[in-house]
Every structure is written in C-alpha cells, then in structure tokens.
Write a protein that binds this ligand. Structure first.
Ligand SMILES: Cc1cc2nc3c(=O)[nH]c(=O)nc-3n(C[C@H](O)[C@H](O)[C@H](O)COP(=O)(O)OP(=O)(O)OC[C@H]3O[C@@H](n4cnc5c(N)ncnc54)[C@H](O)[C@@H]3O)c2cc1C
Length: 477
C-alpha cells in the first residue's frame, strides 16, 4: 500500500495548488482526481475552473467581444470588414484548445514537483493508527493509499432546480452553456449571478435574445449597489439583455423545440416564456458526494459544506478542507490561496490569508470588480466613511480603447483615511482591482494611492483620481 505524507483529494485550483506547495515543502504528496476531459475518454486535471468554469468562460467572452467589436466598433476606427459572420463551433473549438493546454499543464507541474497524480474517485476507507486510508476507484479498479495528512478539495457542483433536471441539451448548467455549437434564438437564464451574466453576455453578443430571470429583488446584491445599478443600465438599456428581478419561478417544462418557463413578475403578473435553451445558474453547492465522510466522522455544516475553522482545519486531526467545499466565496483564487496556506500550516509555518481582501470580478463588458466593504455594509455596520468616485468617460486611455464607460469608487475610513473598499465598473477593472487589493493588504490610506505616481495615459489613473476625490482633492473632477 502506498503511503504519503499528504494526500489531496481534488485537483481543482484549490487541490492542485495545495499538492504542489506540499511537495515543494518536502512532503511525499499525492493528488487524487476523478475529473475527465470533455470527450470523457481521458483524465483532466484542473477541476471546475480549468475545465468548465473560469478559463473556458473567459475564452468565450473574448471571442464574443471580438465578434461584437467587428460588427459595431471597427467602423469608428475607419476599418471596414464587410459582412461579419460567426461560427459558434469554431469558438468552442478554440476554447477547448485552451482548456486542453492548461489542464495538460497541471500534469507537467505535478511531474516537475514530484506530486503523484492518481486518477479515480477518492473516498475515506478508515484509519490505520493515525494514518487515514483513502480508497481510489478508477472505473472499478480499487486501490487504497495511506496519508498522514488529507486535504479535501472536492469543489462544488451546480445547484439544481427542483422543477426540471439538467439535460445539457435544452436545459443547461455551466457545462452545457459553455458548449453550445449553435446560437440559440431565444436564451433564458435563471439566475443573474456571475455565471448567468457572463454566459448571457457571450450568447447575447453573438446574436441570442437573452432574458435573465432573477429571484432576488436587487441586482448583484453582494456588490456595491451604486456600481451594480450602473452596470444594470449598461446590460439592459445599452446591450438589450432583459433582466427581470424579483421573479418567482413556477413550472418549467420541456416543450416542442424548447423549454417553457412560467414565472410571476415582481409586480405579481403571471407570465410564461418559451426559450430555445435555458441556462440554470442559481448558484453552486459543495461537492462531497461519494467521499464517504461518515466513515471517519468528518463533519459538515447544515448547508453541506465541510465544517472548518478560519485555518481550514476540519473536526478531524490532520484532515483539512479548502476551496468551494468550505465556507466563503466560491472563487478559484480563494481556493488556491487556502491550498497554499494549508500546505504551509502542515509544515509548521504560520501563513496569512486575509479574507477581507479577496477580490471579486465579473467579466462582463464593462467588467465589474471589487474588494473590501460595500457602502451598504459600512452603513449597516455603522462605520463612518468617506468616498471618492471617478469616471472612465474623460480618461484618455479608456477613450482610445473605445471603452470610456464606468466608475471607480474608493471608500475610506472617515477618521483614519484607511481604505475600506474599492468598487469598479469599467474597462479591464479585473486587472485594475489588483492595485486596490495590494493597497488594502498593506493597510494603505486613500492618500497613499493619491500620492503614488500612476502612468499616463492608463486606466489606473481613474483609481488614482477616485482616491484623490476621497481626500477631496480631485484634479479632474
Ligand atoms: C462557469 C463558471 C465560471 C467561473 N468563473 C470564475 C472566475 O472567473 N474566477 C473565479 O475565481 N472563479 C470562477 N468560478 C468558480 C471556480 O471555478 C471555483 O471557485 C473553483 O474551481 C473552486 O476550486 P476547487 O479547487 O475548490 O474545486 P473544483 O475546481 O470544483 O475542483 C474539484 C475537483 O475535485 C474533483 N473531485 C470531487 N470529488 C472527488 C472525489 N471524491 N475523488 C476525486 N476527485 C474528486 C473534481 O472532479 C474536480 O476536479 C467559475 C465557475 C463556473 C462554474
């Protein structure tokens, strides 16, 4: 029986990073993963993120942005391209190539770092003294490995709708939404969270009529509402996505050539829409299926997440859990950073992970990004704050890019000027937010950002100006 210092279950961005870091720290490490490629005929490392999440969605977003730009934006630059056509199958093929390249890259990193990669479904089989026994089931071929430390990184799966099952033909989850090879005429989406908005943006730009149905009365309730409201206007009024908030979803049925969705609007009106395809993106739930957590008494909370403390320790000695399968935002970078921290804790180090400075990004156009507290949170907590905002509309770089739209808002403590939150909607704010994260991590004040030299002309000048505005000394405001 193979014995390891550390066995990681799951090779998503949480697990594969944890395994690499553990191996770098000198532990004999194995990473067990059950993931397979799109064809289902070979193992594929990288979890949701690389196979059916972050990476493929960003590839499709880019392709659809190019198509949209060629149709609508090139003329202003004096470029005539004639009739522009779109080949959905080619867009998907390009996305698949990127996925294959990156998932293969993890295998290479495992070899380089001497992580043993085991393919199959892992489950707790029991204990041998202090060591945990993990069974690996590779298509019925079972082996057992022993580990002094176990890191559970089994991720999450889409939350199902009680009304209808996902078939990935007409009723799609993220996997189906990322693999449509023809543009649906009418696309319905249930849920206006990150996945719903990103998938809606892709298929809208390439010609689908998109309707998003959202149960919550507020748009992007977790985001700063000033930014969310501005983004809502771009998506609905300018881009033509229909987003209905506060709806109650009723009956959903497969009908001839599509899916019918009955719902009640926020005003109490009963409606039924028939869509060619329906994407269900109502959140994700922790994945502990088949893990046999009960065999060793691994505890979960009432929502099915593996129960952990702030350091990712479970109720069992030497068993840790990270990423989507535990509390906190379901984000790849949060999973990875927890993975690094756990490997270092196993090695006796004292790593630091500040959950208050985890950035959030939505890759729509314009993008939305934030870090720290929203204005609504500060008000609810009774924190006295000041704010500075600045617009992308007069920014020279944004104008040159043809993307002069959006706002940056800096929230700082009224007494100390320490930055408490930064919220953005605008071009490439996914990249811009890193400066705000760094500033907050180093406990910077808005004055600190205001006194840092920002290159000209760059989009970062809008953050600079918002920080100056928080200090009531905006130069272009
Ligand atoms: C469409 C979409 C877009 C997204 N975009 C972003 C984004 O832009 N940025 C971002 O930060 N996040 C994004 N996310 C979220 C991100 O994908 C997750 O937060 C991240 O993948 C979580 O990582 P993880 O390692 O915890 O789990 P996962 O990535 O889910 O990996 C878990 C792995 O464990 C394996 N596994 C599960 N159970 C077992 C078992 N018993 N035995 C062996 N293997 C097992 C699974 O096969 C899988 O490979 C997106 C998600 C989706 C669906």
């Amino acid at each position: 029986m193979s014995q390891f210092d550390v066995v990681v279950i799951g090779a998503g961005p949480g697990g594969y990073i944890a395994a690499i870091r553990a191996a770098q720290l000198g532990f004999k490490t194995a990473c067990i993963d059950a993931g397979v490629n799109k064809a289902g005929d070979a193992p594929a490392l990288g979890g949701t993120c690389l196979n059916v999440g972050c990476i493929p969605s960003k590839a499709l977003l880019q392709s659809s942005e190019h198509f949209h730009a060629a149709q609508h934006d090139f003329a202003a630059h004096g470029i005539t391209v004639g009739d522009v056509s779109f080949d959905a199958a080619q867009m998907i093929a390009r996305k698949d190539e990127i996925v294959t390249k990156l998932t293969g890259g993890i295998g290479f990193l495992f070899k380089k770092n001497k992580v043993e990669s085991l393919h199959g479904k892992a489950s707790f089989a029991g204990k041998n003294g202090d060591a945990y026994q993990i069974e690996v089931d590779n298509k019925g071929e079972k082996t057992v490995v022993e580990a002094k430390h176990v890191i559970v990184a089994t991720g999450s799966v889409p939350r199902p709708l009680p009304q209808i099952a996902i078939d990935n033909v007409n009723v799609l989850d993220n996997e189906g939404a990322l693999n449509l090879t023809a543009v649906p005429k009418k696309l319905g989406i249930i849920g206006s969270g990150v996945i719903g908005l990103e998938m809606g943006s892709v298929w809208k730009r390439v010609g689908a009529e998109v309707t998003i149905l959202e149960a919550a009365p507020a748009f992007l309730a977790a985001a700063d509402q000033q930014i969310a409201k501005e983004a809502f206007k771009y998506f609905t009024k300018e881009q033509g996505m229909a987003i209905e908030l506060g709806v109650k979803i009723g009956d959903i049925q497969n009908v001839d050539g599509g899916v019918s969705v009955a719902f009640e609007t926020a005003k109490g009106e009963a409606k039924t829409e028939v869509f060619d395809k329906l994407i269900v993106s109502i959140g994700r739930i922790p994945n502990t299926e088949g893990l046999n957590a009960e065999a060793v008494g691994l505890e979960k909370d009432e929502r099915g997440f593996i129960q952990v403390d702030g350091d990712c320790r479970t109720n069992l000695p030497h068993v840790w859990a990270i990423g989507d399968v535990v509390r906190g935002p379901m984000l790849a970078h949060k999973a990875s950073d927890e993975g690094v921290a756990v490997a270092e804790r196993i090695a006796g180090q004292k790593p630091h992970l500040d959950f208050n400075t985890i950035p959030f990004v939505i890759y729509t156009d314009p993008e939305i990004a934030w870090v720290g507290k929203t204005e609504e949170q500060l008000k609810a907590e009774g924190v006295e704050y000041k704010k500075g905002t600045s617009l992308f509309s007069p920014n020279g770089r944004a104008l040159g890019l043809g993307k002069a739209k959006g706002t940056v808002k800096v929230l700082a403590c009224a007494k100390t000027d320490r930055i408490l939150g930064v919220h953005m909607v605008g071009p490439m704010v996914s990249e811009l937010v890193a400066e705000a994260v760094m500033a907050m991590e180093f406990k910077a004040s808005s004055e600190d950002i205001g006194r840092i030299v920002h290159a000209h002309p760059t989009l970062s000048e809008v953050l600079h100006e918002a920080a100056l505005a928080a200090d009531k000394r905006a130069l272009h405001g």
